[in-house]
Design a protein around this ligand. Sequence first.
Ligand code: PEP
Length: 246
Amino acid sequence: MKVQHRLLVANWKMNGSVALVQTMNETLADISLSAVDVVICPPLTLLHHFTVQGNVQLGAQNISQHNAGAYTGEISADLLLEAAVTYVIIGHSERRTLNLETDEQIAAKVKVAVQAGLIPILCIGETLQQRQQEKTEQVIARQLDAVYASQPELLAKSVIAYEPIWAIGTGESASPEQAQATHAFIRDHLAKLDKEAASNIKLLYGGSVNGDNCSALFAQPDINGALVGGASLKAAEFAQICSSAQ
Ligand code: PEP
């Protein structure tokens, strides 16, 4: 694999405020981010308050599979580009569950994002029950194949976030060994579609990453960064996570 910057993505979900943006802008401006890429995905209304500085870029939490039209409440790739967004989270487990997003819609969104020049961060992961039933690899393979089997050319333009659902927002992260094992499986699985893209793709771990557990996760060879929810709302802790990824 090429030596590349780790990628740290902050998913604010439906949280934050203009005040938090200002604090985050100031906090990130004060630390060295020369060897790490940082993406902040705030609610859409906060995007324009962010300072895109150095290695800090903007992301969105969702995208429409449609280009324009009568889709109340949706947001298109072009609108995101106009808002200086460069990354977009697609298929987060909360959207799969609460918004009933299907594998087919998620595949369409990844395609639309790549075609527009945005970098999709595809989220995949198993439930606790699926893990206990030893179905983790089967579930992940299905989620990956739904997007990439028929459009493998998108792989080289994508980021993938492995987010075990049982670890999201629970305070119970996967162990570094558990996360590494699944990341290695993801890379091997993707290599069947495109060997080079699989070896270069950034695989992020997400699920209760915090200032205490991040270093051990980043020490794993197939973990190339993190998707951080709760801890990304605390500027000092998120800055600490970014610094550990340097
Ligand atoms: C997430 O929302 O993608 C996430 C990983 O959240 P948390 O870090 O709070 O578990």
